[in-house]
Every structure is written in C-alpha cells, then in structure tokens.
Design a protein around this ligand. Structure first.
Ligand code: GDP
Length: 180
C-alpha cells in the first residue's frame, strides 16, 4: 500500500497534526499506536494507504553518534521503502527557516523524493503575518538550491485547518496511482 511519511523537528506539532488528520469523522483508521517506544508508527487509513509517523529530528541534547544512527535510520527508510509516495515536511509557521529543515528538504530533493511542506500551528499567526512568513520561506528557498517552491499546506491542530486539503491531496494521488 502507498505510504505518506510525516516528518519534522521535534515539537513542530507532528503528533497533534497526525491526531487531527486521523481522527476525522468517517475516516477508518485500523492500526497505529502512537508511542515513544516505537520509532516508526504506521496508521492504516481507509484500508488503502498508510500514514507513516517518522521520529522527530533535531533534538539538541544527543551525541554525535546518536545523531548519525538516527540520520541513518531516516535515510534508510526513504531510500528503501518503495511504497513511500510522498513526504510531508512539517515546519512551525512562526519560525525562521531552520538549517536542519533546509538540509533535510535538500536531501529529499537530491534523492528525487516528492514532498510537500506543512506550515503548522497556523492558529498562532495572524493571516497577514503568516503570508509574510511563507513569502520569506519562498525567498530563502528560491535563493538557495530550489527552482520552484514546493507544494505546501497550512495547518492547525487546534482548529482543524488543513485537514481536508491534506487528506484530499493524498486521496487524489492514490486515485491516480490506481489508474496507473
Ligand atoms: P511533536 O513533538 O512534533 O509531535 O509536537 P506535538 O504535537 O507534541 O506538539 C508540540 C507542542 O505544540 C504541544 O504543546 C502542542 O500542544 C502544541 N501544538 C501542536 N500543534 C499545534 C497547533 O496547531 N496549534 C497550537 N496552538 N499549538 C499546537
């Protein structure tokens, strides 16, 4: 089954977003136990795709060796899972573009792994200011290695913003995969 991976820095709001996405009324979720013990959680959604919860990166207080092991774990996932259709890289909409996120997106780009950005915690910014932050992101990325700004979503786990858009986007891709 197709897999969609959710990833981002720790505390970006990944757990909250995944709860928001998977708790939608009428959506059948039959597996997945979010917990700190498992590195990867798979949620089977509507019997036809997996939402994959990857561990958060960017913990400040871990050793170099732990960082390496962790990085390896993530890159192994992306390079070995043929079912992985597209990733969602979560970034906190309030923050300046972070080096670690930029590097991770560049890694996905180099590997030609499709991804979208999700700007999380949108309820914490006024619309105008959110727009400015996204524009700033665009500017930084286009001045960097990118030819175009990636597909993106805006989300809030607090008010449900982005839920329909993200789920519809995934369902659309799944529909196209079926058509071959
Ligand atoms: P994770 O470490 O990426 O899984 O992040 P969590 O989902 O645990 O969220 C980290 C913190 O941000 C928690 O205190 C959440 O309550 C808060 N948070 C997460 N998503 C949102 C959101 O959409 N809006 C607001 N206002 N707070 C959020």
């Amino acid at each position: 089954l197709p897999e969609y991976a959710f990833i981002g820095r720790s505390n970006v709001g990944k757990s909250s977003l995944i709860n928001m996405l998977t708790n939608r009324k009428g959506l059948a979720k039959t597996s997945g136990r979010p917990g700190k013990t498992q590195l990867i959680n798979h949620f089977l959604i509507n019997e036809n795709w997996h939402l994959v919860d990857l561990p958060g990166y960017g913990y400040a207080r871990v050793s170099k060796k732990e960082k390496k092991t962790f990085q390896r774990f993530i890159t192994d996932y992306f390079e070995q899972r043929e079912q992985m259709i597209s990733a969602f890289v979560l970034v906190d909409c309030r923050h300046e573009p972070q080096k670690i996120d930029m590097e991770f997106m560049e890694y996905l780009g180099e590997k030609e792994i499709p991804f979208s950005i999700i700007f999380t915690k949108a309820d914490k910014e006024k619309p105008k200011s959110l727009e400015r932050k996204i524009e700033h992101y665009k500017k930084i990325m286009l001045e960097g290695v990118w030819w175009e700004f990636p597909n993106y979503f805006v989300s809030s786990a607090t008010n449900g913003e982005g839920q329909e858009e993200i789920l519809n986007y995934i369902e659309d891709i799944n529909g196209n995969l079926k058509l071959g």
